[in-house]
Design a binder for this molecule. Structure first.
Ligand code: ADP
Ligand code: ADP
Length: 219
């Protein structure tokens, strides 16, 4: 459950990226966040894992108010979230397997079980048997699948993705969109931003639309 109550975000320097945004996403929903470049999509997504803090209003994740969460509690919040953000770059100096393993290493997961989970996550995104390869040898779409595997390897209840199909051709983008739909069918709450109105269109998902920091559709 993701709840925004009258959320505003003003960056240092005074720029208002979000103003009075309120909505509720229930457990198990697939929601597409639309809007032009600069509309506030990345800002909205970053408020959920407390990468950014709201200037006003409340952000509640699974009942917990994360807008004023002490920093020591943030790792626990993020364990329940899968993030595929613009900043979520792969590490090019290590294998696909080690990239996907990273979140489990950070949380101190037992190595044997972690390896099984990584294999399962790679299989889930259509990359089984590709763990030994290096990210640089993969196509853009395959690299995005690795980033998605890394985001879901902790088995989060919520998956957030910021323009995950940017820079991909339309067939590859459709494959990535289908992957998000399949996680949603498996019970994961999915919030994904895109400026491509045709993506996800045939599954007619709920759409939240931002324009210049205001929610104009879907609240
Ligand atoms: P979108 O993801 O829809 O392109 P963003 O959330 O990235 O929109 O940006 C919304 C607005 O906030 C833009 O005008 C952007 O320049 C501004 N912005 C984003 N991040 C920062 C920041 N760290 N500091 C100042 N302004 C920012
Ligand atoms: P298994 O339990 O054998 O891994 P599942 O069918 O339960 O198989 O899940 C398939 C894969 O989906 C998991 O291995 C995992 O990579 C991925 N996954 C991650 N998080 C979740 C989640 N919250 N719900 C369902 N599947 C998830």
């Amino acid at each position: 459950m993701i709840v925004f109550e009258d959320v505003a975000k003003r960056y240092a320097g005074g720029y208002t990226a979000l103003a009075g945004v309120s909505f509720e996403i229930r457990h198990g929903e697939l929601v597409v966040l639309s809007g032009h470049s600069g509309a506030g999509k990345s800002t909205l997504l970053k408020l959920i894992p407390a990468i950014e803090r709201p200037t006003a209003g409340v952000v509640r994740i699974n009942g917990q108010d994360v807008s004023r969460l002490p920093s020591r509690a943030i790792p626990y919040l993020r364990r329940n979230l899968g993030l595929v953000l613009q900043e979520s770059r792969l590490l090019f100096d290590r294998s696909v397997f080690d990239n996907v393993m990273l979140p489990l290493v950070i949380t101190g997961h037992p190595p044997g079980d972690a390896a099984k989970r990584v294999a399962a996550a790679l299989e889930r995104v259509g990359l089984d048997g590709r763990g030994r390869e290096m990210p640089a040898g993969l196509s853009g779409g395959e690299q995005q699948r690795v980033a998605i595997a890394r985001a879901i390897v902790n088995r989060p209840s919520i998956l957030l993705a910021d323009e995950p199909t940017a820079h991909l051709d339309s067939a590859t983008a459709a494959g990535i969109a289908a992957l998000f739909k399949s996680f949603n069918s498996a019970g994961v709450t999915v919030l994904v931003s895109t400026h491509d109105a045709t993506l996800f269109a045939e599954s007619s998902p709920r759409r939240l639309t931002l324009a210049k920091g205001l929610l104009t559709e879907g609240a």
